[in-house]
Design a protein around this ligand. Structure first.
Ligand SMILES: CC(C)(COP(=O)(O)OP(=O)(O)OC[C@H]1O[C@@H](n2cnc3c(N)ncnc32)[C@H](O)[C@@H]1OP(=O)(O)O)[C@@H](O)C(=O)NCCC(=O)NCCS
Length: 132
């Protein structure tokens, strides 16, 4: 989605992860490797899932990922994660990723959106019913 309107970070919630994109995370084209962003997303989404499951979870599916805009070295990445659905053992989490760049004239860009599903696991790594 090019030519986004000027936006700011969401004011009504806190990011679960903030991290600066580093030169080691680039792809051959010079922007940030999508796999690095996916790693941040999986880590971010697992946090509310772990809290809800009150124990071990595993990623069972990456249901969707949309890379709206590129991420560049030095961008401050903020990942917002919220549970959008729960089942018997599963927890589905939506993640919104924003990049902040150019601190002298701050620009905020929504770069990626994703939805992932986690399953609460028991000690044998089998699905476990979610606690109340
Ligand atoms: C997670 C795992 C234990 C689930 O085992 P399973 O036999 O598929 O379990 P079930 O069929 O009983 O499904 C468990 C839940 O996951 C959900 N689920 C399974 N596959 C899914 C998928 N592709 N998308 C969304 N939800 C899925 C089911 O709907 C069910 O939800 P519910 O209990 O809320 O109704 C198993 O798939 C596994 O170990 N996967 C590897 C996980 C992992 O290592 N992840 C890290 C990435 S390497």
């Amino acid at each position: 989605m090019a030519n986004q309107e000027k936006i700011t970070l969401p004011a009504d919630r806190l990011p679960v992860i903030r991290v600066v994109a580093m030169p080691k995370d680039t792809n051959p084209g010079g922007s940030i490797f999508g796999g690095w962003i996916l790693s941040q997303i999986d880590t971010a989404a697992s946090i509310p899932a772990l809290e809800r499951a009150k124990g071990r979870v595993a990623t069972v599916a990456v249901n969707s990922v949309e890379f709206h805009e590129p991420v560049f070295v030095g961008d401050m990445i903020s990942c917002y994660a919220e549970i959008v659905n729960t089942g018997k053992s599963s927890i589905t989490v939506k993640v919104d990723v924003y990049a902040e760049r150019n601190p002298a004239n701050l620009e905020t860009v929504k770069v990626t959106e994703a939805q992932l599903t986690y399953v609460a696991l028991d000690e044998n790594r089998r699905p476990r019913v979610l606690p109340d």
